[in-house]
Structure formats: structure tokens, C-alpha cells
Design a protein. Sequence first.
Length: 149
Amino acid sequence: MNDLLFVNAYFQHERSAVKAYRLSHPKASYRTAQVEAYRVLAKPSVKGEIAKRLEHEAGITREFVQTNLLYALELANQVKDAAVIASISMDCAKLAGFLVEKREVKTLNDSDKSAIRSLVDQAFIRPLPVVSLPAENVLNPVTPSPSTG
């Protein structure tokens, strides 16, 4: 319930998250509102509601984006710009849900760092193995036989 009050106040007060938080939580201090407002903005449900309202407000819909991407793709195809074609194709695939961007941030401890350093050192410092072949496996150059004429 407070999240909905927050979103309504957010749009009524020029998208000020702090004002919206203070209106939806009247007992909160200004300092608390500064911190908590951005926590509320990070909630998926609040993000979704704000995005839906902004989309409606600006007239930007999925269909609008799709139409413009396909038009841009057509133009890129006309001038045969492969880089732009590839970029727009990737954007279309993301919009269609075929691709999802994922990023993972992982904190490494000292033993992980040490293990990675050791692997890198082994890969770049270790000399290549020398392979010796038996004499019968060595190719001898073929000498042309004299032509008979």
C-alpha cells in the first residue's frame, strides 16, 4: 500500500523520490527519506509501475520500439551497413526475449586470486614441450628422378 502511495506521490511531485517518500511516510525525517526513497525505487514492483506509467505518459510501447527498430533495420539493409544490421538485430532479439543480458559480480578471496595467478603463470611461463620423433618418422625430401628422353 505504501509503495502505491509512493508511486502516486512520485508522479505528483515532479518525480522527486524524497518528496514522495516523505508524503507516503509522514513521520520520516528528511535524512531517512533520502536513503529510503532510493531503496523503494529499487523494488521491482515499484520499478515496474513507474515504467508502465512512463510508457503510457510518453506513448512509448513495445510496439512503438519494435516498429522503429524494424524501420532502422530496413534502412541499414538498404545501405548494407553490416555493423548496424548486427546491432539492430541484437536489439530485436533482446526485445523479443531471445537474449537476456546477465552480469555477475563476484568477490574473490585471496586463495581464489592466488589460484588464478598460478594458472596464468603456468599458461604463459611454462615452455612448450619438445617432441622428438624417431628417425623413421622424419620426412625425407623427395628428389626428382632423372628424365628419360
